[in-house]
Structures are given as C-alpha cells and as structure tokens.
Design a protein. Structure first.
Length: 98
C-alpha cells in the first residue's frame, strides 16, 4: 500500500486541522529516528501504528507501536511516546506549519 500524498494535499490538510484544532491536541510531534528505527526493527514488525492518548494534564500525545504481518499490535516490545510536541517545539520554517 502506498501511503504517499502530495505536498499540496498535506498543506491543505494541516491548514484545515489548524483552523479547528481540538483542545489539547498538538500541531505535530517529532520522534528521534533512532527510537523509531528501534521500534521498527523489532522481530516481526511490518508496520507502524499511531494511537492517541491523553495525559492527566489533558494534553494529547501520539503513542507509536509496531504491528506484525497479521495487523496485531506488538505490545510485548517497545512502544514510543513523549515526542517533542509543537507547540512549543515547532519547526521554524515549514510550509506544513504556517
């Protein structure tokens, strides 16, 4: 499956999201490549799934989990959270964040 979209589509989607952003939702989250590669290199991992969770302070965070060939979460292994949230850690010059 090809998940690619054009830059124009991505800009339109991020603009629409920012125009009606739900309370507690970040504009984006950044995860270090080393952490993502470790998650993806787990035995049996064929995909990445993103869940959204809420902390007790009401902020929403992405939770990354590996997925096996049967579409099942790999919950016995590494899961990722605590990406660098925007705001406050926003890209300084990105067409996707204007």
């Amino acid at each position: 499956m090809n998940h690619a979209i054009s830059l124009e589509q991505a800009v339109a989607m991020t603009n629409l999201y920012r125009s009606s952003i739900p309370e507690g939702m970040p504009l984006s989250e950044t995860f270090e490549i080393e952490s993502v590669n470790t998650l993806l290199s787990q035995s049996g991992c064929t995909a990445l799934r993103i869940y959204y969770g809420k902390k007790t302070d009401a902020t929403i965070h992405a939770i990354l989990v590996g997925v096996n060939k049967n579409g099942e979460d790999i919950t016995e292994g590494l899961l990722l959270e605590d990406g660098n949230r925007c705001p406050p850690y926003c890209p300084s010059d990105s067409i996707l964040n204007k």
